[in-house]
Design a protein around this ligand. Structure first.
Ligand code: ARG
Length: 463
């Protein structure tokens, strides 16, 4: 005889190691509060609809509240024998309230139960993720405000391209995060659906009220098809996909932070609290946290591909394969929330090395476009201006100097159109400040951009 809650049909028990292989309790215990919440809503509905009588409902609810309290105090002891969080809690309930506890599962299946738990859990945690994104965005704004007029080399192909405002570069990440945030927000409407009452797959013969449980659980609507309700995992895939995109963005910034804090760049210095030393090389200060976030991006992508692969070709409705939806989701959630928190602190505390940035922009050819544009304003076609500037750059390389080191005479040899006003034009400060096309790096535009970003965040607060 089996001691399982579903053991009636079984003549013998599985061996312990087989149970262990099939059990999900080691990880789905993270759903404990959602599972209890779902059960409380379900039993309330069983009472309202007259499926259970008042005394039964009171007894079961009392037991569930006891379990809630114990869960909050971390006092529940789970067993592999009871397989998953649902059966563990049901067994505990029966142990507390007696056989009446066995009535809780009337008109319900673990299939709609687990789906409900996942919806509740994800809805809650996507909201928390959004709050963490906002906090990082705020920090990016604050850092940017301090560095609107800090000039840095801007890159294409990782080659010095044109000088930019350092704030402009940082703010690019604000907008990436803004898109991440809107993806997470928009996904909520698809998470915010109640599968509860779908039963195993086909609904139930009991006169349940799905709208009522949906309401009690704070869902905006219910799944219209019971088969879809128990087998849909799109909302988790979407979460993993949105998380992957977020991690892509964080990983790009991580890579820049790693580059910038290297001896070769020295553009920033990370605070000691976000760096580590080497066990052998005493001089080292490693950007470990940034590297780790870059590395962790891999596991988030892996979780996305993992679940897509689980779902591919899976027949309707519930299959045990679906138990594989959980670990990747929990792991992704922990990874993105950890990464967002680390990033917020790392950006807030990092030092921008203005001297190095200044040196960098004064010792390169990133003002070459200025010279070409200058010649265009003197009437030359851009192609010719480009050619002349290129020749002057080559001349500088031959003489180991930069455009601003040339004398007016040397420049005029390349083109008689060049006059003494060229020196001001070539100064990196001028190059940046004049780029005031919309969304450009000109100081005025960057100020406007930051204001707009602040407006977006403050409109969220007032919502
Ligand atoms: N532990 C299971 C899961 O996570 C719960 C649902 C089990 N349903 C079933 N019919 N075996 O998917």
């Amino acid at each position: 005889m089996s001691s399982k809650l579903w053991g009636g049909r079984f003549q013998k028990s599985a061996e312990q190691w087989v149970d262990e292989f099939g059990a999900s309790i080691s990880f789905d215990q993270e759903l404990v509060l959602e599972d209890l919440e779902g059960s409380i809503a379900h039993v309330t509905m069983l009472g309202t609809t007259g499926i259970l009588n008042h005394e039964e409902v009171v007894a079961i609810k009392k037991g569930l509240h006891t379990l809630q309290k114990k869960a909050e105090e971390n006092e529940l002891h789970y067993s592999v024998e009871q397989e998953d969080i649902h059966l563990n809690l049901e067994k505990m309930l029966i142990d507390i309230v007696g056989p009446v506890g066995g009535k809780l599962h009337t008109g319900r299946s673990r299939n709609d139960q687990v789906a409900t738990d996942m919806h509740l859990f994800l809805k809650r945690h996507v909201k928390k993720t959004i709050a963490l994104i906002i906090s990082l965005q705020n920090t990016i704004i604050e850092k940017s405000k301090e560095h609107i007029e800090t000039i840095a080399p801007g890159y294409t192909h990782l080659q010095r391209a044109q000088p930019i405002s350092f704030a402009h570069h940082l703010m690019a990440y604000f907008w990436m995060l803004e898109r991440d945030k809107s993806r997470f927000s928009e996904s909520i409407s698809r998470i915010d659906l109640s599968p509860l009452g779908a039963g195993a797959l086909a609904g139930t013969t009991f006169p349940i009220d799905r709208e009522l449980t949906a309401n009690l659980l704070g869902f905006s609507d219910i799944y219209q098809n019971s088969i879809d309700a128990v087998s849909d995992r799109d909302f988790i895939i979407e979460f993993l996909s949105n998380s992957s995109m977020l991690m892509t963005h964080l990983s790009r910034l991580a890579e820049e932070i790693i580059l910038w804090s290297s001896e070769e760049f020295r553009f920033i210095e990370l605070d000691d609290s976000f760096s580590t030393g080497s066990s052998i090389m005493p001089q080292k200060k490693n950007p470990d946290m940034a590297e780790l976030i870059r590395g962790k991006t891999g596991r988030v992508y892996g979780n996305l591909i993992g679940l897509l692969t689980v779902m591919k070709g899976l027949p309707l409705a519930y299959n045990k394969d679906l138990q594989e939806d959980k670990e990747g989701m929990f792991d992704t959630l922990h990874t993105i929330t950890g990464s967002l928190r680390i990033f917020e602190g790392m950006i807030r505390t990092m030092n921008i090395n203005q001297d190095s940035l200044n040196k960098a922009v004064h010792n390169d050819f990133s003002n070459a476009t200025e010279l070409a544009d200058y010649l265009v304003t003197k009437g030359l076609p851009f192609r010719e201006a480009h050619e002349i500037t290129g020749k002057l750059v080559y001349y500088c390389i031959e003489h180991s100097n930069f455009l601003l080191d040339l004398s007016l005479e040397e420049m005029q040899q390349a083109s008689p159109l060049i006059e003494s006003d060229v020196f001001k034009v070539l100064a990196p400060e001028t190059a940046v400040s004049r780029r005031n096309s919309q969304g450009g790096t000109g100081f005025e535009e960057v100020r406007k951009q930051i204001e707009k970003a602040q407006d977006i965040l403050s409109s969220l607060i007032s919502m």
